[in-house]
Structure formats: structure tokens, C-alpha cells
Design a protein around this ligand. Structure first.
Ligand SMILES: *Cc1c(COP(=O)(O)O)cnc(C)c1O
Length: 417
């Protein structure tokens, strides 16, 4: 069963002040996710989650997570600016970038962020642009396929990220010679996986590599960054990750590899985006049209510009017709937006209750990689973002775009004055 943190009555109230479409985030859900994760890794001294800012780059969300013990994982100049503006600096920022522009390294170093290097050549590049810090992380790519048991979980050999094993060894040597004293290791091998075995398998790989570096090069290993990738159940029949079990199994790998290698205490870090906010956001839209041709279409006032995942990946997002939660799903619809693109469909052949024009629908699980992936194709404007606070109050945390915002980079607005 997929649930929502609000009723139709509540949304009808909200819509009076903030017309659809909008994304609305559940403060309590996000706070609880942060605490659940922190509890699961409480056994590790120095554990810290760095929220992947790209998943929902809204200052209100970032502040909520920061106030609840999280740091921020940034990968661009403006993501660093968001942290800077919120007073989030130093080791509260992980800078996990790739193909990095010089000014981004300079800025990240100025803020004192932990730097996660994506490539061997970035060592010299960083030295020239910001300098080599005392503590530095290297991103590992083991190549080939990443398997858990028989299942292929990811394809690192095809991914643009990270360094080969050899490059990690050469990199650590080179960085040591340049003055680095403490090292971190990072890898991201599977995306959106709800397999409880992912983090433990990844952790074991990184712990073993860390142990080898420690033993062969005599360097101090400071942390292992398990990055993102822990998934969420987008479909009603999927089960959520058991984060406590994940924490326990990572601990077992720690005790079997890290402790005997003499690397204890080794700090753990994560950079989860989807797990932290994905389930705690939804896109609320109004049904504008119903169309019957070779199929039955429901046309919304939201479109793929507000939520790209279904169009881009064919991703499933659950849809609830508000107020009809208990109605039988005896209709089959394509639920569409208004882009001149046939992939602008939030759902294809979806069983839903009978939908009427004017109905309000909630598209679930848009709290990560939802609004953030928005764009302006067809001149569509980005929606508002709202926060549903624990006390039931609603706050506008980003206003909707206006045509003026869209045209702000032209020099012709005076024509409209
Ligand atoms: C996207 C990304 C994340 C977050 O991924 P999720 O799937 O949202 O958990 C973390 N780290 C890096 C480097 C990323 O690129």
C-alpha cells in the first residue's frame, strides 16, 4: 500500500493558496529517514550522511537535513553556493564531482569541503586549482559488472566515473608525496537498488581495498564513502530496504576486514539522495482533460518538465486519485502532460479508478530527482515547491516560475512593459 501524508481535504485547502501543479514534501518523513539511517550506522564512530544535493536542491530541504545531523554532497558550483549560503562548510560538505571545472575545485577548497577525486589527472589539476588538502578521497571504479549473487546490479565498466585499481594505488602514492596525510575511498556501483546486500557488498570491497592500501603503502585510511544508490519502493508491491539490517551487515564486514587490518577507527560516510527524500515528496496536479481515441487519456496540468523520470527512464511512479483511494481500479488510462512529445506520460495503461475532470491526483515519490530534473521544454514553467510541516502547516519553499523568469536571460522584457 502506498500512502500519502495528506488527505484530499487538505490538498483542496492548499490549492486555494497554491494552484497546481506543485511538489509537496513531508517534513516528518524526511526527518525520520535521517534518524533511521543514523541509527542504523550509530555503531560507527564518525559516521555521517552527506545528502546528495542534486536530488532536491532546495535550501529548506537542505537545512532540514543539516539540522538533523546530515552534511551535503555537492557536485557543482551552485550546489556549493547553496551550502555556503546556509552556512554549511568544512567537512560538512563532500565534493563528489566529475569532469570538474577549475573554479569548482577552488571554491570547494575555499569552503574546506572534503574532496572526492574522480580521476587520476585531477590530482595535478587540483594542485593547480585550490591545492591538495590533508584529507582526500579517491573514487574507485572496479570495472566489469557489479554482481550480487547471480544478479547484475550495475555496469561499472561502462560508467564514466572513478579510477581503476592501479590508478587508485598510483594516486594515493602521488597524493602522499604531495602532502596528503589521510585517505578516503568512494564508489557508486548500483543505482536505486532495494537489495539489502548492496551496501554490505560495496563496503566489503572498499574495506578490502583500503586494507591493501594501508598495508602496502603504509598510508592512513580515514574513511570509506558508500555513496548513494540505496533505492526506494516506487511500486506498491516492492519492499523497502531494511536499513537496520544493512547497517548490521556493513558492521560485520567492518569487523571482519577493517578491525583485523588495524584500520579501526575508520569513519563511514554515505551520500544518499533518493533514500532520504524520494518517498517524502509528491507532485500534485489537476485533471484538465479526458480524451478517448484508440486509448483513454487523462491530461494533467503537470507534464514531464515537472517530473522527467517516467519519460526518461520509463520509471514507474504510483498515482493516487485523491478522494478515490478506496474506489476500484476498473479503468485503464494513459496519464499525460501537455508537452508536444509522445513520451510525456506519467503512466501508460495504468489501472486507476474512474477519473473525472477536475480531480486532483498525487504522483508519488517525487522527493528526489523529481523537481530537480525539471526543465523548460515547450516553454513550460517550473512549479512551486511546498513543505508540509510536522504541525500540519504548509510553507511555500519555492515559488512557481513566471514567464519573466523564463525570459530573464533575453534582453527583450521591455517589449512587455
Ligand atoms: C547521484 C549521486 C548520489 C545520490 O544518489 P541516490 O541514488 O539519489 O542515492 C550520491 N553520490 C553521487 C556521487 C551521485 O552522483
Amino acid at each position: 500500500m502506498k500512502t500519502l501524508p495528506y488527505t484530499k481535504k487538505k490538498i483542496v485547502q492548499i490549492v486555494k493558496d497554491y494552484p497546481t501543479p506543485f511538489h509537496i514534501y513531508d517534513e516528518k518523513g524526511i526527518k525520520d529517514a535521517a534518524h533511521r539511517l543514523q541509527n542504523a550506522f550509530a555503531w560507527n564512530q564518525g559516521y555521517k550522511e552527506y545528502y546528495a544535493v542534486k536530488a532536491c536542491p532546495n535550501p529548506a530541504i537542505l537545512k532540514l537535513l543539516y539540522d538533523n545531523g546530515c552534511g551535503m554532497d555537492c557536485s557543482s558550483y551552485t550546489e556549493l553556493m547553496l551550502c555556503d549560503a546556509l552556512g554549511i562548510r568544512g567537512e560538512n560538505i563532500m565534493f563528489s564531482s566529475n569532469a570538474t571545472p577549475a573554479e569548482e575545485f577552488v571554491y570547494a577548497r575555499k569552503l574546506g569541503a572534503l574532496i572526492n577525486l574522480d580521476d587520476f589527472t585531477h590530482i595535478d589539476f587540483l594542485e593547480k586549482n585550490g591545492g591538495i588538502p590533508e584529507t582526500i578521497c579517491l573514487r574507485y571504479n572496479p570495472g566489469g559488472e557489479f554482481r550480487l549473487g547471480n544478479a547484475i546490479m550495475g555496469n561499472p565498466g561502462d560508467a564514466k566515473y572513478g579510477m581503476t585499481r592501479e590508478q587508485i594505488f598510483e594516486g594515493v602514492k602521488k597524493l602522499s608525496a604531495m602532502g596528503a596525510k589521510k585517505f578516503g575511498l568512494h564508489a557508486f556501483l548500483a543505482s536505486n537498488t532495494t537489495d539489502n546486500g548492496y551496501y554490505p557488498a560495496l563496503a566489503r570491497q572498499l574495506f578490502e581495498l583500503a586494507a591493501e592500501l594501508h598495508q602496502k603503502l603504509g598510508v592512513q585510511m580515514d574513511f570509506v564513502n558508500l555513496s548513494g544508490g540505496v533505492g526506494i519502493p516506487y511500486r506498491p508491491e516492492e519492499r523497502p530496504v531494511d536499513i537496520d539490517q544493512v547497517g548490521r551487515e556493513v558492521r560485520r564486514a567492518y569487523e571482519e576486514v577493517v578491525v583485523p587490518a588495524g584500520m579501526h577507527p575508520l569513519r563511514l560516510k554515505t551520500e544518499l539522495g533518493r533514500y532520504m527524500t524520494g518517498p517524502y515528496g509528491s507532485l500534485v496536479a489537476t485533471v484538465l482533460h479526458e480524451k478517448n481515441t484508440y486509448k483513454q487519456y487523462i491530461g494533467l496540468d503537470a507534464c514531464a518538465a515537472n517530473l522527467m523520470r517516467p519519460a526518461m527512464y520509463g520509471a514507474y511512479h504510483h498515482i493516487t486519485v485523491l478522494g478515490k483511494e478506496d474506489w476500484p481500479c476498473d479503468h485503464v488510462y494513459d496519464v499525460t502532460g501537455s508537452l508536444c512529445e509522445n513520451n510525456d506520460k506519467f503512466a501508460v495503461d495504468r489501472k486507476l479508478p474512474r477519473i473525472d475532470i477536475g480531480d486532483l491526483v498525487a504522483i508519488h515519490d517525487t522527493g528526489a530527482h523529481g523537481f530537480a530534473m525539471g526543465y523548460n521544454y515547450n516553454g513550460k514553467l517550473r512549479s512551486a515547491e511546498l513543505m508540509l510541516h510536522e504541525d500540519g502547516s504548509v510553507e511555500l519553499i519555492r515559488r512557481a516560475e513566471t514567464p519573466k523568469d523564463l525570459f530573464a536571460t533575453f534582453d527583450f522584457m521591455h517589449l512587455f512593459d
